[in-house]
Ligand binder design. Structure first.
Ligand code: CU
Length: 274
């Protein structure tokens, strides 16, 4: 009976997909928009199946013992035991097995998500600082390989532009505290750590405008670190970069180079950290 319930549950969950129109069949995730979302989806779906199996087992045992050992008219007290070695061993071993399986799938999915592509089509340096994002587009043909940037302020956040179905390498830097670069639709989030360049490759797979966020409480105006991500055609992308260039946003944005050093440390210490 329990096995049947689990089988029905798994059958229902297997109808789920990360690109379905319905929130329910996406198991509350946003509609996927990157080539990395399948790996994250597998972990999410697996966690639901595991949680469902544990729920059915535990809830089933609770209901079964309520009925099986309910108070009866003969008022007989069940056998009183001090311990039950097999069951206690099971209590210990079962969670270890569950955690080991989760750990295995988490690590394999993480490796898949962080896998680098050979020659990314675009390279963008992302600087998260208190409390804004700046995006620096490196070596783009549209700007004759001169880097151009868009830097926001807490009042006026910068927009990030990406080309649909073209791979991007993101290099994440912070000059101050830890931030976290997160676009929910990409199913991807990576910390931005001062003194260390975190990098990942990703290909957006769906045109649209998404909302990116800082996912690490980084101070007073953390909530202002919201930005728009525009996944567009190559022509629109080139047009945007040409506009940035025409507006004079050439090179690295003001304060950008600070991202390579840590505030409060002298040069020797910064050099040692790299
Ligand atoms: Cu932040």
């Amino acid at each position: 009976m329990k096995l049947a319930a689990i089988a029905i549950g798994i059958a229902a969950l297997s109808g789920c997909s990360p690109v379905d129109d319905h929130d329910l069949t996406r198991l509350a995730l946003p509609i996927a928009a990157s080539d990395r979302s399948q790996a994250m989806w597998n972990v999410w779906l697996g966690a639901w199946i595991a949680a469902l199996a544990v729920f059915v087992l535990v809830f089933g045992l609770i209901v079964w013992s309520m009925i099986r050992f309910r108070r009866r008219s003969d008022d007989e007290v069940p056998d009183q035991v001090r311990y039950n070695l097999p069951i206690e061993a099971l209590y210990t071993i079962a969670p270890v097995i569950i955690v080991a399986i989760f750990f295995f799938h988490t690590v394999t999915s993480q490796n898949e998500m962080l896998e680098k592509v050979d020659n990314p089509d675009h390279t963008i340096t992302v600087v998260g600082s208190k409390w804004q994002w700046a995006f620096n587009y490196i070596k783009e043909p549209a700007t004759a390989e001169e880097p151009v940037y868009d830097a926001g302020t807490p009042e006026d956040p910068a927009d990030l532009f990406l080309v649909v179905n073209e791979s991007v390498r993101f290099d994440l830097k912070s000059p101050d505290v830890i931030h976290s670069f997160w676009v929910p639709e990409f199913y991807f989030k990576l910390d931005v750590i001062p003194g260390k360049v975190n990098s990942f490759d990703m290909t957006p797979t769906r045109e649209g405008t998404f909302t990116g966020r800082c996912a690490e409480l980084c101070g007073l105006y953390h909530s202002r670190m919201i930005f728009k991500v525009h996944v567009v055609s190559r022509a629109e992308y080139d047009q945007h970069l040409t506009e940035l260039k025409a507006a004079g946003n050439v090179g690295s944005p003001e304060g950008f180079k600070d991202a390579d050093t840590l505030a409060g440390l002298d040069e020797a210490e910064n050099g040692a950290g790299n």
